[in-house]
Design a protein around this ligand. Sequence first.
Ligand code: COA
Length: 179
Amino acid sequence: MHAAVNLLPSAPPPAGPAIDLRCRRLTPRHVHDLLTFLARLTASGDGRLFHPHAFTREAVEPLAAFGQGDEYHVLTSGRDGPVIAYGMLRGWKEGYTTPSLGIAVDGQWRGQGIGRRLVTHLHRIAAARGARTLRLKVYRSNTAALALYRSFGYEFRPFSEIEWLGSLNLAAAPTRMAA
Ligand SMILES: CC(C)(COP(=O)(O)OP(=O)(O)OC[C@H]1O[C@@H](n2cnc3c(N)ncnc32)[C@H](O)[C@@H]1OP(=O)(O)O)[C@@H](O)C(=O)NCCC(=O)NCCS
């Protein structure tokens, strides 16, 4: 039987600079904390904006164990601290050369550069794996995500009545990856 997921708010970011925030590849030891993060995202209503896969143990465990050719990363507070952001690059496993990027940041930690940091991290990974371009889908109403992606140079065109399709030429955006 699996431990219950704790839906209590994570501790708010402590004041001061001595906080160890790191992006790490998703591994089996992160699964419980990632499920907690995803349950909190769902409870807040933001699961409507970010739904890359089912937010279940059955869906997450294989991603943590094998990655399945794609990249799944978490940003944690301290080595064993809670997951405060989650991001991925997907599509390689299906044979695409242009991966799709997705991220989400815990509601308590937004507005502090965490999203920018995780996008930068994922851009570096994509570049290291030889990707020249990236894509993503974002709801037209998602002003925060659109502003974040535009600040990196993503350009958007209609995907559906409610979504934009974003694309970024990684080679043309090296300075934006230097954060
Ligand atoms: C979108 C999201 C990832 C931003 O994360 P964040 O950690 O708050 O972002 P940052 O603090 O790094 O902000 C980076 C930039 O994003 C933009 N931004 C962030 N929050 C914003 C807001 N509420 N309104 C407008 N722009 C915003 C700004 O351009 C900001 O740059 P600035 O600080 O120089 O002004 C976060 O709001 C989130 O997880 N939302 C729910 C899930 C989601 O929508 N994911 C994207 C799916 S495509």
